[in-house]
Design a protein around this ligand. Structure first.
Ligand SMILES: O=C(O)c1cc(=O)[nH]c(=O)n1[C@@H]1O[C@H](COP(=O)(O)O)[C@@H](O)[C@H]1O
Length: 278
């Protein structure tokens, strides 16, 4: 089955389900807080519970691959099932893998996450453009061919990102701004939204770059890292409608109750709606 472009599917999901991405980050501390072991069975129960609670209602679920990979091949098998179950229940799955490599290797990463026959096929994947934006081309091409999306790190939520991402070239343009410009070029003409997104932390004091990329802006950093939905207009200005705010721990800490997870996610959806309508 041919998928509609990711940007089109994401716009529809955000319009119908609200602007929210919930991260599936099975930290050892969360497994313990849920009364689960820091083991494969705990990982499986945790992931299944999050999918059961949220996949039929939030726009995007974002499994963080590292938390599954730390259990080896059996953990990756849980990740495969998590992706498939979440997609089957109607959520868009953004695989948080933050891959980035020379172009020829990037093509293999792209096949893993953006090729429909792959066991880890996801609606979109996070990538690092810091081997040069051009190194991402195989991922952009495969995503475009398969109705999938790519989110490139532009201005990350962690304070250490600053020294690389705000560095400027001889023309005075920052590295992050160059990434954003390249994404805008990939999204040119796409309607209602391009499929190539940027990651811009909600924790920033201000973006300080031109964010109009005609594509989605993934905004992590809300909750555990200190940002709130009320920060979005300050950081994103007029682009706030294209923002996909992302929350992991501050939703997940409400488990293992399915009902409490749902209520926590709904509160965030309501908070975003309040700031986008303001
Ligand atoms: O790409 C990401 O998702 C990401 C980018 C970024 O700049 N900052 C960031 O925190 N993330 C991810 O978003 C999630 C944040 O988790 P919480 O701080 O628990 O909400 C983690 O899985 C991070 O790896």
């Amino acid at each position: 089955m041919t998928l509609a472009p990711f940007g089109t599917r994401l716009r529809h999901a955000m319009d119908t389900r609200g602007q929210l991405c919930v991260g599936i980050d099975p930290h050892a501390s969360l497994l313990s807080a849920w009364g689960l072991g820091d083991d494969l069975a705990g990982l499986e129960t945790f992931s299944r519970t999050v999918v059961e609670a949220l996949a039929d209602r939030v726009a995007v679920l974002k499994p963080q691959a590292a938390f599954f990979e730390r259990f080896g091949s059996k953990g990756v098998a849980v990740l495969e099932r998590t992706v498939a179950d979440a997609r089957a229940a109607g959520a868009l799955v953004l695989m948080d893998a933050k891959r980035g490599d020379i172009g020829s290797t990037m093509a293999a990463y792209a096949e893993a996450f953006l090729s429909p026959g792959s066991p880890l096929f996801s609606d979109a994947v996070t990538v690092s453009p810091y081997l040069g934006f051009g190194s991402l081309q195989p991922a952009l091409d495969l995503a475009r061919a398969n109705g999938a999306g790519v989110f490139a790190l532009a201005l990350t939520s962690n304070p250490e990102g600053f020294e690389v991402q705000r560095a400027t070239g001889p023309d005075g343009v920052s590295v992050a701004q160059q990434v954003l410009r390249r994404l805008a070029a990939e999204n040119a003409g796409a309607e209602p939204l391009g499929s190539f997104g940027a990651v811009v932390g909600a924790t920033l004091a201000d973006a300080g770059v031109e964010l109009a990329i005609n594509g989605p802006l993934l905004a992590p950093g809300i909750g555990a890292q200190g940002a709130t939905m009320a920060d979005l207009p300050r950081v994103f200005g007029g682009a706030v409608r294209d923002v996909v705010p992302s929350v992991s721990r501050d939703v997940l800490r409400h488990g293992p109750s399915v009902e409490a997870l749902r209520e926590a996610a709904q509160r965030f959806v309501d908070d975003v709606r309040a700031v986008t309508l303001a």
